[in-house]
Design a protein around this ligand. Structure first.
Ligand SMILES: Cc1ncc(COP(=O)(O)O)c(C=O)c1O
Length: 364
């Protein structure tokens, strides 16, 4: 009998990261590649974060602080929230994984929107939970009343990506509050606010308000997006200590590396960098959206740092033609929207290059 992993593991798909920019450049003979496919910050990391990394290079032979003390204290001060209200992950990806293994018994239910962030799904499958994917509304927003309607006595985790990836849409304060009223005591709502820093909308709810008010809510945020630290892998959860305690029990002792901790603790105070990032994004989205209007392309109005653009059944070919011109974007196949491209905002020059390349890809 050949050795076998647990049966349900074979029903899971490995994450497909695609080729690296270096591999693509070599294959296509490009001298430069503009990567607009992973919602990263085109301005890079805060100079303060980079300085903190340099200052701490001499410590990398030592294990990191397993408690993330300096970062925990920095965030506690920043948010005015007690230090025991934080848990840390090797990216918020790891937090999604940890909440799944800590909370989901086989047969428990995980409710999420579809399309939404694919890693929620993986955590349900890994733990043999029942996955309930509730379609977005026709205007690509969470259907919170249908999500509430899907709750049963086996519902354990309810994920809301706010803003949602891949659509960039948000749930509003009043609809979220009505939804929370309908979640029973045995359900934990996870508000994944990976793109929190980008949102401008006056009706956008700050998940932390619900943590402070004592709801069964945990908020995820990350240093990968607006903070420009995706390569270091660091995200955090905020919630009541008893909701985070199971995560402390199941996580690896040293899951967040030293350089990530010091960079994040420095980055959180660099508000000028975040403001600049927000301003670049606001202008970038406006430029991309008006280009879509000029070209007669439908798009989903976004509150995040990316835009979902409908280019039709030729989507994969258009993505290839963009690539040949040195622009990497994401096709919607991975999230069941095969006629859409997802592109994140770049620098003003990168945005212009993308628009020009898209025109070529579509019409020439
Ligand atoms: C909604 C959402 N949640 C979580 C993540 C994962 O982020 P991290 O880099 O912190 O693991 C992403 C990344 O794309 C995301 O879009």
């Amino acid at each position: 009998m050949p050795i076998r992993a647990r049966a349900h593991v074979y029903q899971m798909q490995p994450y497909c990261p695609g080729k690296t920019p270096e591999q693509l450049m070599q294959e296509l003979g490009l001298s430069e590649l503009v990567k607009l496919s992973a919602n990263e910050n085109p301005l890079g990391a805060s100079p303060r974060a980079q300085e903190a990394i340099l200052q701490n290079l001499h410590k990398i032979h030592l294990y990191p602080d397993g408690n993330c003390t300096v970062l925990r204290d920095a965030l506690s001060q920043f948010y005015n929230l007690p230090p025991d209200h934080f848990a840390f992950g090797n990216g918020s990806d790891e937090l999604i994984h940890l909440f799944g293994i800590a909370y989901l018994e086989p047969g428990d239910e995980l409710i999420m929107a579809h399309p939404s962030f694919v890693r929620y799904e993986a955590s349900a499958r890994l733990n043999r939970a029942v996955l309930k994917r509730i379609p977005l509304t026709p205007d690509f927003r969470h259907d919170l009343s249908a999500m509430a309607g899907a709750i049963t006595e086996r519902t354990k985790l309810l994920y809301i990506a706010n803003p949602n990836n891949p659509t960039g849409t948000i749930v509003y304060r009043d609809e979220l509050e009505q939804f929370l009223e309908r979640v029973p005591e045995h359900g934990l709502v996870i508000l994944d606010e990976a793109y929190f820093e980008y949102v401008d909308h006056p009706d956008y709810p700050n998940g932390l308000d619900y943590v402070r008010a004592g709801w069964n809510v945990v908020v995820f945020r990350t240093f990968s997006k607006a903070y420009g630290l995706a390569g270091l892998r660091i995200g955090y959860a905020m919630g009541r200590p008893e909701l985070l305690d199971p995560i402390e029990r199941v996580r690896e002792p040293f899951n967040v590396n030293t350089l990530a901790q010091v960079a994040a603790a420095a980055a959180i105070w660099d508000r000028a960098h975040i403001e600049r990032t927000r301003a670049f994004n606001r202008t970038g989205l406006a430029v991309l959206q008006s280009a879509c209007e000029r070209m007669g392309l439908r798009y989903v109005p976004s509150q995040a740092n990316f835009l979902l653009i409908e280019v039709g059944s030729e989507c994969a070919r258009i993505q290839q033609r963009l690539l040949q011109q040195g622009i990497l974007v994401r096709t919607g196949e991975a999230f069941d929207m095969p006629t859409f491209l997802r592109v994140n905002t770049g620098t003003p020059e990168q945005n212009e290059r993308f628009i020009e390349a898209l025109q070529h890809a579509l019409y020439e």
